[in-house]
Design a protein around this ligand. Structure first.
Ligand code: IMP
Length: 816
């Protein structure tokens, strides 16, 4: 698109949509005007893509997720249109910097962490791979909370991201479906003698669609992210209006619209609240109605074809109600027999598991279901009854096994993972180690019962957002060396290997990293949130705060370095340790860790012994847009979870793709990162997953480990004595229980950090390893991940959108 056209389109939007001129437009107005102009560019491609799917009668893939952590869209869309030079220049001619305009956009933060960001990266890959793919979720009015640090502690503020409008979404008042709750069921035999169940006297809420275009990378494909918003139902209001209770009616309206009000802010933990269950059913029911509508729009259709035309992927068990809901639709509304309905359901559905932490496994009290979803209780009980018969036939005398495998636990609760496994044809883990643990331990008995059903799909990240967009200088250097094929085929990065020992290339590589460190330091200065010296080693741990991720182990290392400096012992290379991440608002230990990090940061900052040698900073409000500044500046990536606890991790991939070296345990995808970059180019430490199991089984005594290591004991004391002993309980718990084996891994961590320090003092060596890390990242492209899902799970194929988009004058919508 030519520059004058871009200017004209932008000016048009400023005038007619934003209604501002150059005298009155704020920076945010300019962002919105440009966002509309870019969205306009996507429209015709969007129409054409969607029509192509119809005309080709393509198999559609539906990705159901309660979270989509999209971040900002403007620059990403410009990049995917392949028009960044033109937009840069157009804005420059008008006196703006494109990058500054981009900064005005509020992150779309509809997710907690890895699971939600994975959904966003998968959307990007599916569009880039030209797959007929739809994301379905909830349009929360409040996304993940804003984290501020007051007196060193996390305080949560609501994320009213829609307050000033969202130029990317399109409201679809016509795409609206009723979702039923409560009521009761009544069974009867119809004229043909067939048993039929009605769900009666329900309270209904409407789900209204909001669509966001998802552009593929320079290929003309534009897919859809469809998010549901709750609107009160007209019938619901009417009853009260008729009896004159106007205010009550409005109250009820607000009440039912609460369903899409707020994202639950707990990562890796099941909330167990009625409102959360309502959210789950709300988006599952609306989505299935839309799926069935689209399926039935085909000129001639038969239910038997459903698996040829529809694949449903559940992102964790949050959408697992799709299993009984699809059964209900097929049985009660469409009149299918159980066996056919069940077979179709299993062929259509697939489930992605994200964690083996017991507190994350969703288990719903039956009483809650019975009240809210009475018909689904009956269906799940019947699924469970039939499943038990099958298990009993296979293991006639093993009652204990039957109890463990059952979907309904002693009649009082529903195990969502078991429901999802039984109702799917595929269950996948998100890294090889994670999948191995699922097969050998967490779901071992299911694996025996359904051989081949559990499979691995190692996570990935989109190289477009996480290198091309976020690190333009490194991207340019890489493309100069090996061409830009890597943007669509990340394996091409292997071509960097010969450059790893090229001194001139190493130097340019290091200069890019230095500029990115300065950019992050500037960012900290501008926001007055933290101070960084770009000459230091940037040692970064950004992710949700959780005990299993062991930010505390990082802080024990910082305490040790600090103690050494106070003793006048060389603490190694000067380090800036950065920690960032949100804690679930009700997670006491995680919030204590944030408080501790801030307290330590202050104390170290005030200590002359640490000056010029060591700094610690807590990065407030870690989010996608901040991650895009942090990873390019990261030199050492901390991936230090207790082995066997982190399903995959994707921050590990983002850091390595930006040239960071990893210090990590053999956990999650770290294992595969090591395979790809080679053992000498990664700093692995600590017990393996099996080693941890052995330690636990042998009666792990953390106190013994701490007593055996004077520096560890002292680091625990350092933490315990900060701020008058405020963190003593946290520190001492390490000696008493240490559920995540900090003490057992400390010595190995410390030694490995010393190796890091020594390596960093050899800049050429560090640069060589950094280049080899980037060269080894091909496997971690989300394109590879999604191709595997498409081939092994969905049986879905690319449907390219042929030819250029239609000319603006053709206006397909108006031609209808
Ligand atoms: P949906 O997939 O039914 O939600 O429709 C999305 C878009 O697909 C519409 O806005 C149309 O552009 C296109 N579309 C819908 N129905 C048809 C059809 O029958 N033939 C061709 N294109 C269609």
């Amino acid at each position: 698109m030519a520059v004058p056209q871009i200017i004209e389109a932008f000016a048009h939007r400023m005038m007619y949509s934003i209604a501002k001129d150059r005298h009155t437009a704020t920076d945010f107005d300019v962002y919105q005007g440009l966002a509309f102009a870019v969205r306009d560019r996507l429209m015709e491609r969007w129409f054409k893509t969607q029509s192509t799917y119809y005309l080709q009668d393509a198999k559609r893939v539906y990705y159901l997720s309660l979270e989509f952590l999209m971040g900002r869209a403007l620059l990403n869309n410009v990049l995917n249109l392949g028009a960044e030079d033109s937009y840069l220049q157009a804005m420059r001619e008008l006196g703006f910097k494109l990058e500054d305009i981009g900064e005005q956009e509020w992150d779309a933060g509809l997710g907690n962490g890895g699971l939600g960001r994975l959904a966003a990266c998968i959307l990007d890959a599916a569009a880039t791979l030209e797959l007929p793919f739809y994301g379905y979720g909830i349009r929360y009015e409040y996304g993940i909370f804003q984290q501020r640090i007051l007196d060193g502690q996390q305080v949560e503020y609501p994320d009213g991201w829609l307050r000033y409008g969202n130029p990317w979404e399109i409201q679809r008042p016509d795409a609206i479906f009723p979702v039923r709750f409560y009521g009761h069921t009544r069974g009867s035999f119809d004229a043909t003698g067939r048993y039929h169940v009605d769900w009666l006297d329900t309270q209904d809420v409407w789900a209204m669609a909001y669509d966001t275009p998802v552009a593929g990378f320079r290929n003309g494909t534009v897919n859809t992210l469809r998010l549901w918003s709750a609107k009160s139902s007209r019938e619901f209001d009417l009853a009260h209006f008729n009896s004159g209770e106007y205010v009550r009616a409005v109250e009820d309206k607000t009440h039912s619209e609460n369903i899409s009000k707020v994202l639950y802010p707990a990562d890796d933990q099941s909330a167990g609240k009625e409102l959360r269950l309502k959210q789950q059913y709300f988006f599952v029911s609306a989505t299935l109605q839309d799926v069935v509508r689209r399926f039935k729009k085909r000129p001639s259709w038969r239910w038997e074809e459903l698996p040829d035309k529809v694949a449903i992927q559940m992102n964790d068990t949050h959408p697992a109600l799709v299993v009984p809901e699809l059964m209900r639709v097929l049985l009660d509304q469409e009149g299918l027999e159980w066996d056919l309905a069940w077979s179709l359901t299993q062929q259509v559905c697939a489930y992605t598991n994200h964690t083996i932490l017991p507190e994350a496994m969703e288990v719903w009290p039956m009483d809650l279901w019975r009240n809210l979803l009475p018909r689904h209780v009956e269906i799940v009980e019947e699924i469970d009854r039939r499943f038990r018969l099958a298990v009993r036939a296979r293991y006639p005398f093993d009652d204990a096994k039957l109890q463990r495998l059952a979907i309904v636990d002693h009649g009082h609760s529903v195990r969502m993972a078991n429901l999802a496994i039984v109702g799917s044809h595929s269950v996948n883990g998100v890294a090889q180690l994670h999948t191995d643990i699922l097969k050998a331990s967490t779901f071992a008995e299911m694996n025996e019962l359904f051989p081949g059903r559990i499979n691995n799909k190692t996570n990935g990240i989109t190289p477009r957002r996480w290198l091309l967009k976020s690190n333009p200088d490194l991207a340019a250097l890489v493309s100069e060396a090996i061409g830009d094929r890597w943007t669509k085929d990340l394996d091409a990065l292997r071509g960097l290997e010969p450059f790893a020992t090229d001194a001139a290339f190493q130097e340019r590589w290091t200069r890019v990293k230095r500029r990115n460190k300065e950019r992050l330091a500037d960012w900290g200065r501008r926001t007055q949130e933290f101070a960084l010296d770009p000459a230091f080693l940037f040692d970064v741990q950004v992710k949700r705060i959780h005990e299993y991720k062991r930010q505390l182990l990082n802080l024990l290392h910082v305490a040790t370095l600090w103690n050494r400096l106070r003793d006048g012992v060389d603490g190694g290379v000067p380090r800036a340790v950065l920690i960032g991440g949100k804690a679930a608002p009700a997670y006491w230990a995680a919030k204590q860790i944030i408080h501790l990090a801030n307290a330590m940061a202050r104390a170290i900052g005030e200590d002359p012994a640490a000056k010029g040698r060591l700094s610690l900073a807590f990065l407030p409000n870690y989010r996608v847009s901040l991650a895009e500044v942090v990873f390019p500046a990261t030199e050492l990536s901390e991936q230090i979870s207790t082995a066997g606890t982190e399903a995959s991790g994707t921050g590990n991939m983002k850091a390595a793709l930006n040239g960071a070296l990893t210090i990590g345990t053999l956990d999650g995808a770290n294992v595969e990162i090591r395979e790809e970059v080679g053992d000498p180019n990664i700093f692995i430490f600590g017990h393996t997953a099996e080693g941890i199991v052995r330690l636990r089984d042998a009666g792990y005594k953390p106190r013994d480990w701490a007593m055996a290591h004077p520096e560890l004991r002292r680091a625990i004391d350092t933490i315990g004595n900060l701020e008058g002993g405020r963190f003593r309980a946290l520190a001492w718990a390490l000696m008493d229980s240490d559920h995540y084996f900090h003490c057992a891994d400390y010595a190995s961590y410390l030694e490995t950090q010393e190796r890091v320090s020594a390596t960093y003092q050899k800049p050429a060596e560090w640069a060589r390893m950094s280049i080899l890390n980037v060269a080894g990242m091909g496997k971690f492209s989300i394109d590879r991940t999604v191709s595997e899902y498409a081939r092994d799970i969905w049986n879905a194929h690319a449907v390219p959108v042929e030819g250029p988009p239609p000319e603006p004058s053709m206006q397909p919508a108006l031609r209808l």
